[in-house]
Design a binder for this molecule. Structure first.
Ligand code: FE2
Length: 288
């Protein structure tokens, strides 16, 4: 079962001890959540007006593209809104430098998102329904085995927690679903890339991860009966988690920042714990 490991870090650029760095690595790579209960992201007075769900197009995320610094997903193209999200990205990078310095040579920065919309009661298709337990895998963005490390910060101004369910270990999920998964169809991966369905080649690993994501969400009995517990993340706290490994569901909450990082598995301290290596071991084949 996923554990919560608390670290008393209060500032984004705070020097972390070797002990704290070691505890963070051990917890993250082992499939636990690192909770930083006192690490808040403070909005400037003038930014409080951005705590408004109507700012987000399509009702979900406003995100900053790290490739060009452009803000996407908002009806409001105000520079101050972009500046707020950018500041969260900079704070996230500072935390990474002090808490997870061994990742720096290999880690890649992904999108930064601001989510002012309430999660509870949002209507969507079952595949996009993040209130169902799942591991992250995205149809159009194959990772080819790279890890998805995410930092979250709850900035709700009136004390509303972010409520998650956390499920069983990645190995438990894989053992439950692997016997029923299909093998990739030969030739489909280059074809999907060529047609623009995927942004890069969908490897055998991505194929199995997408199926895991979908099978978990589609299985109502699994959602109800899988080992799980509820975790509340209070406003003013941040948490780090490998969302490709940790079975999670976002049940309720509003006003969240999130930063995604991608880490090739050779940048991990122990790559044998990666979903890629776990799946390869269970399937007894390479998934490149
Ligand atoms: Fe997710």
């Amino acid at each position: 079962m996923t554990e919560i490991v608390n670290l008393p870090i209060e500032h984004w650029d705070q020097a972390c001890s070797l002990q704290q760095q070691d505890a963070a690595l051990q917890a993250l790579e082992g499939g636990d959540v690192v909770l930083l209960p006192h690490l808040a992201f403070t909005l400037h007075e003038a930014e409080r007006r951005f705590l408004d769900p109507s700012l987000a197009d399509a009702g979900k995320n406003i995100s900053l593209n790290p490739a060009n610094g452009a803000l996407q997903g908002s009806r409001d193209s105000l520079e101050p809104l972009r500046g707020m999200v950018e500041r969260y990205a900079q704070n996230s990078a500072a935390l990474l430098r002090s808490l997870l310095p061994s990742y720096l040579p290999a880690i890649q920065t992904g999108r930064t998102s601001f989510r002012p919309v309430e999660v509870e009661g949002r209507t969507t298709s079952w595949r996009k329904d993040d209130t169902r337990l799942h591991v992250d895998s995205f149809p159009s963005s194959p990772t080819q085995g790279k890890r998805i490390l995410r930092l979250f910060t709850n900035v709700h101004p009136e004390g509303r927690p972010r409520t998650w369910r956390l499920g069983e270990s990645f190995e438990g999920v894989a053992q439950h679903f692997l016997p029923s998964l299909h093998r990739p169809v030969w030739g489909s991966s280059p074809m999907m890339h060529w047609l623009g369905i995927t942004k890069s080649r969908r490897s055998a690993y991505d194929h199995f991860m997408l199926q895991l994501h979908d099978r978990m969400k589609a299985d109502a009995a699994y959602q109800a009966k899988a080992p799980q517990h509820t975790q509340q993340f209070a406003p003013g706290s941040s948490w780090l988690v490998y969302t490709d490994q940790v079975s999670h569901a976002a049940m309720a909450g509003q006003h969240l920042f999130e930063q995604t990082f991608y880490l090739p598995i050779n940048g991990m301290r122990d790559a044998s714990k990666s979903p890629l290596r776990v799946l390869e071991r269970l399937l007894r084949r390479e998934l490149v």
